[in-house]
Design a protein around this ligand. Structure first.
Ligand code: NDP
Ligand code: OXD
Length: 312
């Protein structure tokens, strides 16, 4: 038997239909007791969560593992968590390939002017557009973690010059590494496209603002796929309207769903998608989480443990 017969798993995921998660977890952990959390649920050993209420942690004080069904833990870390619990984020689980698709699509759409061709086609216009020189078209990826590294490598496969910015220096073939505050301005000034894949922490909140975005090359393009609170929305709008920025593709917003009256919806230089660049894949995620629960129960090391002080 792989798990103790009394092991209890509780599931508390806002905005997520629970049934297939519960049956999937139960099938993968037949000896465990898997339940949907509701107020008063007896203490569990491990929790599978997304945006749970504070009451959940106030009651579930004996958790050993808190498994977030996403990569970003910014919302989770705002709560008071049980002191003994390890917080574990999803570690790729099928998200990095989706993120690479999304970002490469957005970059290539801008580089090859496919939006302009689509407009021309609507008007029956047959005309060539001149793409910029690839060598002058540097893409800067902020955050070179699980997702950012995959995105940077995928962009390299299209032979774009790629720079990356992270806290610590990285060695990724073909990608120039910049790190820390000291190298941030240089990184920005080299970027024709800026891709944000940072975690949301006190250090990174509002980091995409007038001062930083003004340092991008003239006519730069911004892709935000991390969190809405990284971006000062009015500053982006001003720089687009003044012409310093050419456009933006935004998947995440300060308020989600993006309110109907928000100017981003109708701005001609902004493409909006509904926080969909890398979706959580249920079956892959269950397999990963169950593998980690079993490893933890056996005292084995696992990847993806969040450092609450660092914030990611
Ligand atoms: P990781 O934790 O694996 O990577 C984070 C990267 O950011 C690391 O390279 C880290 O540097 C760097 N970093 C953190 N803080 C700073 C800082 N202050 N200055 C410079 N670099 C910093 O995260 P993931 O790649 O898995 O995910 C990134 C984010 O993407 C998530 O936090 C989430 O918000 C977002 N996301 C969005 C999705 C969507 O559908 N839109 C889906 C999934 C995730 P170092 O390596 O040196 O530690
Ligand atoms: C995540 C997300 O953090 O979906 O995984 O945004």
């Amino acid at each position: 038997m792989l798990t103790s017969p009394s092991m209890k798993i509780t599931f508390c995921c806002t905005d997520t239909k629970p049934d297939l998660w519960l049956s999937g977890l139960q099938a993968a952990l037949p000896q465990a007791e898997v339940s949907l959390w509701q107020p008063g649920t007896p203490p569990a050993d491990h929790a599978v969560v997304w945006a749970p209420p504070q009451q959940f942690f106030d009651e579930q004080t004996q958790l050993k593992g808190v498994f977030n069904i996403g990569a970003g833990v910014d919302a989770l870390l705002k709560l008071r968590l049980p002191p003994g619990a390890l917080v574990v984020r999803l570690d790729d689980a099928g998200m990095s390939v989706q993120m690479a698709e999304y970002v490469c699509h957005a970059v290539i759409r801008y580089f090859r002017e496919f939006e302009g061709y689509a407009l021309d086609a609507k008007n029956g216009k047959w005309a060539y557009r001149k793409s910029p020189q690839r060598d002058d078209f540097s893409v800067g990826v902020m955050g070179l973690g699980v997702l950012g590294e995959r995105v940077a490598k995928s962009l390299r496969a299209f032979e774009f010059p790629v720079n990356g910015w992270s806290r610590s220096a990285k060695t990724i073939e073909g990608v120039q590494s910049f790190c820390g505050e000291a190298q941030f301005n240089e990184f920005l000034s080299k970027s024709q496209v800026l891709v944000n894949l940072l975690p949301l922490t006190p250090d990174t909140q509002d980091l995409l603002n007038r001062t930083t975005l003004s340092q991008l090359k003239p006519g730069a393009f911004v892709i935000n796929v991390a969190r809405g609170a990284h971006l000062v929305e009015d500053d982006l709008l001003a720089l687009l309207n003044e012409g310093h920025l050419a456009g933006a593709t935004l998947d995440v917003f300060r308020v989600e769903p993006l309110p109907p009256e928000h100017p981003f919806w109708r701005h001609p230089k902004i493409t909006v998608t509904p926080h969909t660049s890398a979706r959580t894949l249920r079956e892959t995620s269950i397999a990963q989480i169950v593998g980690k629960i079993l490893a933890l129960e056996q005292g084995a090391p696992i990847a993806g443990i969040v450092d609450a002080v660092r914030g990611y």
